[in-house]
Design a binder for this molecule. Sequence first.
Ligand code: NAI
Length: 260
Amino acid sequence: MPPARPADPFDVSGRRILITGASSGIGRHAALMLAARGAHVVLAARRREALETVAAAAREAGAAGADVVPLDVTDAASVKAAVATATATAPLDALLNNAGIAATGPALEQSVEGFDGILAVDLRGAFLVAQAVARTWTAGKRGGVVVNVASILGLRVASHVAPYAIAKAGLVQMTKALALEWARHGIRINALAPGYVETDINADFFATEAGQALVKRVPQRRLLSLADLDGPLLLLLSDAGRGMTGAVVAVDGGHLVSGL
Ligand code: NAI
């Protein structure tokens, strides 16, 4: 008899995972990746129809369940209601705090409204969702896992993305502050800091000369694919990462260590 294989520490089957910004891009991809591994995904974003399409694909991929919860992270009442709905029948095990927006433009021309808009989603929104979910865990005397989707722009800067970089730097610091406060409750919270990920939205830009010049500055000389995030996400969301909290995991093809 061959020896029994050890249990898979990356196993997420049956885990109930709330994913914000699940209607497109990284959130949608992560939802389907986790669904294919048997997780129960709870999909949140503003548009119910878009989420229903992802939910159908998640069920097809093998999800233990796929629920849809409309949510606007800029609205505290909406966050509270969505988390109440998401936890009505069973507690959550994890939160992938991924909803985010970006905008480009020179800082000298930045409007107050534009600045507030980015921070309301990328920083305050992420805090409100993490807090609402963590409250359900402390009330239920159980722990949980949070992964904040930050960015390498939360650790270094580039031109014409000041509010975004400021918000993501805040999200990195928030990850550490909450990790410190919540470890005693059995809650782990880490940040994923992706580099430039190729998606439908930016594919045209990266085909241009400026886009190609940017790719050349990445030590691996490539953009990330959505699938490059799978392993790091599984590490942070599963018991494989049980000793990690307050960490910032960059997945960037080496972009952060590009030569000066
Ligand atoms: P995306 O635009 O495809 O997806 C963003 C998601 O957030 C969508 O589902 C959208 O509906 C949702 N969302 C936006 N505002 C919301 C609100 N007020 N309430 C609820 N949901 C809202 O963008 P992508 O690229 O998938 O981005 C996901 C996360 O990854 C963001 O936090 C982004 O900053 C981060 N990121 C993306 C990188 C990339 O190269 N695509 C690189 C580094 C970080």
